[in-house]
Each structure stands twice: as C-alpha cells, then as structure tokens.
Ligand binder design. Structure first.
Ligand code: MLT
Ligand code: ZN
Length: 471
C-alpha cells in the first residue's frame, strides 16, 4: 500500500528542505528497531522543528488516513517505533525539537522539548544546580519524548519514581492536529481528568508528545556507591530494607547482578575490573545520596555494611573511592545488556513482582526455564529495589541462535504465566510496542483493555497514531 505522492509532497513542504529524509540510506536507521526484531519500510521520515509543524503533519495525515510512527532515540526494546513492512506509514522523528525552553530553579521545574537527548536534560538541570533524576543505560542517545511515551524506568526509580512521577505537564499534538497545551509547571492542578498520564506509556498511540514540564530535585551533595557480594537474592532484599531504614530512604539505586552477568562484563567490556577480591553468586550495586554535605556519610555506610557482613547478610563490599571508580562500578551494571549480546541470542523478560517476593520468583522462574532449556544461560539482573527483573536467558554454548529462539514461545509462556500467578507485570518498564501486544491481551484485565480501547477510539478514531502498537 503506497502513500499518495501529492500527500508526500505536501508533507515535505510543511517541514521544508531540512525537515525530511527520503533517500534509502538516510531512512535506513529508522527501519530497524534496537533489538533488530523488526524491519519496516517507509517512503518518508519527517523531522519537524516546531509544534506547529507537527500539528500540520498530523492534520494532513489524519485527513488522508495515513499512519504516523513517532520515534525518539530508537533504543526501545519492544519495537514500538518501527514502521510496518508495507511502507504505508510515515515516520515522525522529534530529533530537531531539542530546545530546553525554560528552567525555573526556584520552582524546581524545567520545560524541555521531546527531542532533547536525556543526557542534555540532565545537563541543563545540573547547570542550574538541580537534578533531573531519570537515568538509564541509553541516556546518551535516548530522547525525552521516547522516555515519556514509554514511561521509562531506569536506575533511580526506587527514590524518584518512573517518568510519570517526574512530569507535571505535557504539550501533545492530537491525531487530528489540535495541540493540547498542558505545560503548566504546577504541583497542584486538580481540574478534572488527568490527561497528562494518558499519554505517558501510550507509546505514541494517542498523540505526539512535543514538550514536557519536568520536575527537578536538589542535587545530592554527598553520595556513596558500593558493590556488594551476597550469596542469595533474599539477603539483597533484607539489605535494602536495612539501608533504607539506616539512611532515612536515601537509597537511590539498588541493582541486582548475577555472577554470570558480571563475568560477561569483565570479559567483554573494556576498562572494567572486579573491585571485590572473591567471586560471588550475586552482587548488588547500590548508591546512597544525601542532599546535604555530609563528610561522615561514607564512614557511616562502611560501618553499617560491616555490621551486615558480621551478621552474614553480605559476604564482601567495596565502596568507590573516587569519581572514576564510581563510573567503573556503574559500567559494571550498565553494560550488562551489551555484554550479554556478545554470547548470542537471548530471550528477554522485563517483569515485576513485589520486592519481597522477588527472590522466590527467581527460584521458580529458573526451574521452569531449566525444564525447557536445561543449559540455557540465565542472566537475571535488574532493579531489585523496584521489584523489576530483566529475567533474560541466553542460548546454551552448544546451540545455535535459531534453534534456541524456537523455544521462545514456550519460555515466554512459562515465565509470564508464573508472573500472572504472582500478580506481577509482564512489562515493568519496557512497554508493549509490537512485541508484547498479544501478551497484553492475554494477561491484562479485560475491563482495563476495554477502557484502553475506548480511549484509543475517542482520541484516534481513524487509527493513524502508531498503528499496530500496544493494542
Ligand atoms: C537495563 O536495565 O539494563 C535495561 O532495562 C535493558 C535490559 O533489559 O537489559
Ligand atoms: Zn532496566
């Protein structure tokens, strides 16, 4: 199904010569998703540089009933920003809308456009002596709009919440081109339905987010980063509770790392070294931050970790002694996905249960996987403080990718059915995209699905917003 050439010409005219790509080599990066699960086609990638241009694009596409696929940094895991194979959809990149419109340090807020790279948003906050706490492995290339549309999580959710918790208002272009201006940076605005939350986690299926009013925080004046060795995830859960109480909830990161994940990072990622002497079955990367300058913080955490060691809760610990060591500790965690890719195909699950039930879930899910793939390499790491596990299985050493991936439906079913028994979520932070559309229908409450479909129908009756994703 091809798009009418006169519509394509009209769309090019709206954005001007700098605002589109239509040559095969330029369009290519937009056709494949980050995990290379999907390959789509499109005649045109639009790169508008203003909300007005986005509005004009949507109006034209709505009138012509042409599907629009918004894309940010294209780092998502579920194929949510890849066009369909038939070339019937256009791609809308927000990359040129990357202005920080305003920063108000006294109100602790900032208004930024959707195409800002996450690291730029963090830097703009820092230059006003404030913190924008959203932090994840791809922050150097993912964009604010993508983070908003997928309601991104990352490594500081425990303390600051997910993207949804960090936003006060949004500017959104609706499928018919109207602009919903909800950018008021107010903490309190109780005037009816919360429209803002509708668009976060909608993965571009309800409208195009063009800008956001973001919450800012005080920058931690003192912080401690530690890598801890433990024998069992249940000790990680009790250690987290201990440190939350000890610090008055100042733990911002608490990441669980299995032995195999650390070994893969040490083998494949340059400039990494194990700061602990021994090898352990499990590790925790943790960070604690205090708003005020506190010279005694390091000593206090050291003493508390020594108590935990004495009681057998942990078996070893190292505290980063410099900023470069801290960066290296973080590399040990953030490069796990990259290191895991090096050992072949993997079957991924982004699941959540309550933090207290997470250790038992790991035991049961591992048994289920072993019954299907006895030598599959389980790499289950993630955001323990949020009850969110990336329960990933890499192919066995002696199996090829293709035959291993044939087990995916069985492994997915076993893990997701187990998640359902735990009352957990089959997508904790990566969203639904195209990958988990059928799983959503299977596991989401039918009433919730009905409400979602009604909202979609009300806002996008012609079904032009990111067709084929989520619902
Ligand atoms: C992470 O926490 O590293 C990311 O969410 C990606 C992953 O699933 O590996
Ligand atoms: Zn994650």
């Amino acid at each position: 199904m091809s798009i009418n050439p006169s519509l394509l010409a009209e769309l090019r005219r709206v954005v001007g010569p700098q605002g589109y790509l239509d040559q095969a080599a330029d369009v290519e990066p937009y056709l494949v998703d980050h995990r290379k699960l999907y390959r789509g086609a499109t005649p045109l990638v639009l790169r508008p540089d203003s909300t007005e241009q986005v509005s004009a694009i949507m109006r034209l596409c709505n009138e012509a009933r042409v599907g629009v696929v918004p894309v940010g940094g294209n780092t998502s895991y579920c194929g949510g920003a890849t066009p369909s194979e038939d070339g019937s959809q256009i791609v809308l990149s927000l990359a040129r809308m990357r202005r920080v419109r305003s920063v108000d340090p006294l109100n602790y807020t900032m208004i930024a456009e959707a195409g800002c790279v996450l690291a730029e948003v963090q830097a703009a906050a820092a230059s006003a002596d404030r913190l924008f706490p959203m932090s994840l492995g791809s922050e150097g290339s993912c964009q604010l709009g993508g983070n908003l549309s997928t309601n991104a999580g990352g490594t500081a959710v425990l303390r600051y919440g997910m993207m949804r918790d960090l936003i006060l208002g949004l500017e959104v272009v609706l499928p018919d081109g109207r602009v919903l201006d909800g950018l008021k940076p107010l903490r309190k605005d109780n005037t009816g339905y919360d429209l803002r939350d509708l668009f976060m986690g909608a993965e571009g299926t309800l409208g195009v987010i063009t800008a956001a009013a973001c919450k800012l925080f005080s920058r931690p004046a003192s912080s401690v980063t530690a890598l801890v060795g433990i024998t069992d995830p249940k000790h990680a859960v009790s250690l987290l509770s201990r440190l939350r109480s000890f610090t008055g909830d100042a733990v911002s990161t608490f990441e669980l790392i299995p032995r195999l994940a650390l070994e893969l990072v040490l083998e494949f990622v340059p400039n990494t070294a194990n700061p602990l002497d021994g090898r352990h079955d499990w590790y925790v990367l943790l960070e604690i931050g205090m708003g005020r300058q506190d010279e005694s913080l390091r000593g206090a955490i050291e003493a508390e970790l020594a108590n935990a060691l004495e009681e057998g809760q942990i078996v070893d610990a190292a505290i980063a002694a410099s900023e470069s060591q801290r960066e290296m500790f973080w590399r040990l965690r953030e490069t796990i996905p990259e290191a895991q890719r090096r050992i072949g195909a993997s079957i991924k699950h982004d699941v959540s249960v309550t933090t207290s039930e997470l250790p038992q879930f790991i035991i049961e899910a591992s048994q289920l996987v072993r019954s299907i793939s006895p030598t599959g390499r389980i790499v289950s790491y993630g955001h323990l403080g949020d009850g969110n596990l990336h329960f990933n299985v890499s192919r066995p050493v002696d199996q090829d990718d293709e035959s291993f991936l044939r087990l995916a439906p069985n492994i997915n079913r076993a893990v997701h059915d187990l998640i359902a028994r735990y009352g957990g979520s089959i997508s904790a932070e990566h969203g639904i995209g195209r990958l988990k559309r059928e799983e959503l229908v299977r596991y989401k409450q039918p009433v919730a699905l009905d409400v979602m479909r009604a909202i979609k129908q009300a806002l996008d009756p012609n079904g032009i917003m990111n067709p084929g994703k989520v619902l």
